[in-house]
Design a protein around this ligand. Sequence first.
Ligand code: MN
Length: 246
Amino acid sequence: MTERVGLIYDPHIPYHDKVAYRTAINHLANLKPKLTKLVIGGDFVDFYKISYFKSDPDRMPFQEEIKIAREELKKLRNVFPRIPIDYIEGNHEVRLYAHVRDNAPELLWNNRIEDMLHLGARNINYISNIARMCAGKEPYKLGKVYILHGHEKKVSYGAINLARLFYLKCKENVIAGHHHRPDKSLVRTISGQYEAAWTVGTLGQLSEGYQPINDWAHGFAYLDVEDCGDFNMHNRVIINGKVREF
Ligand SMILES: [Mn+2]
């Protein structure tokens, strides 16, 4: 049986692009055959107010960010009521851990992101690739392709050949987000194997104050994974509200 896995990256809720986010979710919800799994690829929540970077005092309070993130996770679960949802940690999720560690380390045990976002109640499985690798395990993988957020390995923000750089860092099939820019790269190894890397676009806003000029694009993806682990990647961009192949 082929698994069909939806992939959404970087909505940065509550600062998501509502049209792009809704377009991606609707598209994934209406696929035929249907999704058998959904993966949130990280930076689902922005955690703006607890960033290391200086924050704009006019932005919404932290508790409001959390409230909206919980509501969006509840809505997402309602759209996909029966399939597994895996949530991979991004660098913005790490902000919660880092904030508590640096300001109230005694409370670290009682401030897990899984609890704060009510992931248990939504039956959403939280995965940290960094924690897995520190424990000697592989990062999250679907068939023969690794699924990263993208912060697990330093790749220059100014990279031109973004997907190729990810491939060169990982040296196996890999999909990542984090850079908010879709890209792809295919290589053929000396033994004749094909390997590839993809980056997926963002569902956040395309103009953030910290980097107003950029070549970000809205996007999402889905992946058909065969029993043998071979897979077909469907990377998509959203341009003028329309979903396009990339
Ligand atoms: Mn990120």
